[in-house]
Design a protein around this ligand. Sequence first.
Ligand code: ARG
Ligand code: GLU
Length: 721
Amino acid sequence: MKKLLLVIISLHLAFASLAKEGMWIPLLLEKYNIEEMQEMGFKLTAEDIYSINQASMKDAVMIFNGGCTAELISDQGLIITNHHCGYSAIQSHSTVENDYLTDGFWAMSKEEELANPNMSVTFLKYMEDVTDSVLKGVEETMAMKEREEIIAGNIKKINDQATKDTHYTATVKPFFHGNQYFLFVNEVFKDIRLVGAPPSAIGKFGGDTDNWMWPRHTGDFSVFRIYADENNEPTEFSAGNKPYKPAKHFPVSLKGIEEGDFTMVFGYPGSTYQYVPSFHLEMLTEKVYPGLIDIRTHKLNIMDKYMEQDRGVRIKYAAKNAGVSNSWKRWRGEIRGLDILDAQQKKKDYQADFQEWVAEDADREARYGNLLDEYEELYATLGDVRLGRDMLLEVIFRNGIEVTNVASMFRPLINIYEKEEEPKAEEIKKIKVNIKKDLANFFKDYHQPIDKEITADILSLYKENVNDEYLPAVYEKIARKYNGDFKAYADRLFKKTMFTDEASALNFLEDFSGRSVKKLKKDPAWELFENFIDVYSDQLYPLYQSFNQKTDSLNQIYMKAQMEFESDKVLYPDANFTLRVGYGKVKGYEPRDAVKYLYQTTIEGIMEKDNPDIYDYRVPERLKELYRTKNYGRYEEKGTVPVCFIATNHTTGGNSGSPVVNAEGHLIGVNFDRAWEGVMSDLMFNPEQCRNISLDIRYALFIIDKFAGAGYLLDEMTIIE
Ligand code: ARG
Ligand code: GLU
């Protein structure tokens, strides 16, 4: 009885805190969540969210372009996602003369929409628990390798079966670190056109200054349209395609929100690490993140310096800069958040309890008794490998030394000449056409002085941070020939290489023949790239892979053990870029002593931030005019226009662009960020501090209608007033 009472009280407390940690599986809502969701205010059923028998919300939610989420908002294939998710598409259509990033873009009819050759969206048709079929033939005592082979074979069979005679694609993904498997059968559309985007001064208002922060005033949305063939099925781009007619789209609510309202986020969270041991937190916060933060700080400082000086450079490096800055800032927040939570200690306490529980039972002791010791031993060396690998990737990829990327474009040519004495002219031609395209793409957004400065800086940082055994051969040369002077080395490199301007790279490409191989191999940019790649492929990659295998295997066992240890709780699986449901409430929070954040921002705050001297805070004249004249139309509330709001939904990267719906399932917002004090939620969730940030859908409609004059788009939406 006492126990029951305790359960009731703790359930009560859980509801009262209004925060619901977890990213839940749509197929299992009926079993685990719907009751609680309804208790929190949700008025619909689990079938309304995910069903294979009727049109449901899942038919209106999609993976957008491989890393974000988007949702349908009309019966004519119109979709909304974040501005930062459409960013590279918007940028790809932008030039100094036609600068859609700066000025925004709005198609005033379907004919004016812009095609995006490499873009796709992916809808989930259905999912299925296939654990038994995946693990068929697997024994607990098997070696990791054998286990993996059997699983891979089973998965292939399941996929083949699922897609037979359909145009669907299928993937099987592990959940709970390989203790459960689900099959996802998907439909991928490829003709996706840009319909509209606000200027960056709205869509990226606050820029990287405000990124990951509340209070926020970013109009982070862009609008696209899906096109299909005459049977309403996916097809490649063709001018004659028809707007896609979906089974379901989200009605858009103008009714607004109040603190305490139920909210649900439905999208594709990428990855979380809720069940890792304390050693993992220690590795990240004390070793890996500090190194990565350091190298990115240097990259950003250099980019910023040149971007300040020149508008052309600003456009070229806008997306690169945002990409580098985003994780850089989040890592800092994570370190802080975990520190304040005393997360390592919490994990250690948990591990002590766990160990005690294990010791209570001989069978457990046999299965789990050494687990934490094995982890500890593994992490003692994993940290250096992980840091080395991540830093190396920072140097030659991820907007590190860009000129090495140009050199590496020639890799396919070298490969073919090294394989065959007389390769077919046909094939050579094909490769050359591709490289030519890549070169054009690359040089469109390249500024050599930035690259040169970054090169000198990050070569030196790599050396400072990473174990000597992972130093590529070029360091020996820099020491010998340049007296260890990285700047002198970079000067020489950029003077000598053929790859810093498009003309000389093109020249080399046009005349490429068997004899060019030698010349290429002597190019210093190629040499640099190859030197790093050698260390990567001979040392860091295999090492990292073998560590990964070991951690994967321990993770699988530890997860299983934790599920037994906490068998009275329903655990949610770590995010793995599959469709998930998060639910919570609209709610402010207290970030610091004596400071209280409200749940909503308004256009007043945009005007407060307005500062023509600061790039991130320049408010467009047209928006100021709408503000002065209070020309708010039906988007007005209490004399102003709402812009963003926060809620307690558990989200992560990949959830960008996710629909945020109210108790009726109507769209009230578009998720785009998390608040600074809570970004450690990928590793540990704190209900007091973790908030997802959403764009209020009314602000998006206000911008489309009043600011851009594209109100015709609202005619195809289902608007709930
Ligand atoms: N922080 C958000 C997310 O993780 C927004 C990113 C947009 N990029 C930026 N650098 N502002 O994706
Ligand atoms: N901006 C993130 C994204 O691109 C969402 C923010 C988060 O990490 O929660 O998915």
